[in-house]
Design a protein around this ligand. Sequence first.
Ligand SMILES: Nc1ncnc2c1ncn2[C@@H]1O[C@H](COP(=O)(O)OP(=O)(O)OP(=O)(O)O)[C@@H](O)[C@H]1O
Ligand SMILES: [Mg+2]
Length: 257
Amino acid sequence: MTVIAVFNQKGGVGKTTITANLAAAIAKNGIEPLVIDLDPQAHLTALWQRQPSVQASIASFYQGKSALTDLAISLNDGIRFIPSHMELARVDVIPSRQHANIRRLKKAIETEMLQESGMPILIDCNPTLGILAFSALFAADLVLIPVAAEYLALNGARMLAQTLAGLETLAGHRERRYLINRYIEGRRTVENVVEALEENYPGEVLRTRIREHDSLVEAIGWGTDIFSFDPDAGASEDFTYLLDELIETGVLEMPSR
Ligand SMILES: Nc1ncnc2c1ncn2[C@@H]1O[C@H](COP(=O)(O)OP(=O)(O)OP(=O)(O)O)[C@@H](O)[C@H]1O
Ligand SMILES: [Mg+2]
């Protein structure tokens, strides 16, 4: 079983887009992933047309009122989903229980035996280096870091690498993979960023790139993923390659069907 935290403290780099479409790629293979919206902005929750009460959202789990598994709902396309609510923002700003909250998600995944189910778990993180993000990073086997191929991305990647190094002294090594998003072949600034990333993080930059695709934006506008929206689109191909690469390189374990 693999827990993947899709994280970058930089906003708008494609975390939610990548979580939704990678989950869809997994589901297309007949494996039901569990997706957790851990962002108080609740973009994924809105995208999947859910408007849960606080009690039915991941906020209730962080309030200590619900078990994780009780909050999961089944979506039509073979994805289990735990929605978010803006109340979740309190976890990052209230100083009490921070220690417990950082460990809460990992502990629940272990004690509720989600680990044994073999089901991959994807966590769509918020763009803040706070308690929620730490909680996801702590629970994760793999940190998947979308990087929009633009100049400032390198600063963000550096900051993130430092944070992860800090976390490792506390909690051990986490595999991490950088995923270039909004890739435009041949554009000089884009190629420079890719080169610099590969130089700084050898072996950690995925070969797969998610190219710039209008169809991804359109699919989101229709509240769906790229496989349902246009299975023949180049974007579907990118996400199929992404899943294949994660499996082939052994960072994502899939249960046998
Ligand atoms: N490969 C892509 N091609 C075209 N548009 C994209 C691509 N990836 C993301 N986008 C667009 O970029 C915007 C930001 O993406 P997204 O919401 O997934 O980022 P995020 O990292 O989750 O943002 P936040 O930090 O606010 O949670 C969205 O409008 C999305 O449709
Ligand atoms: Mg997001």
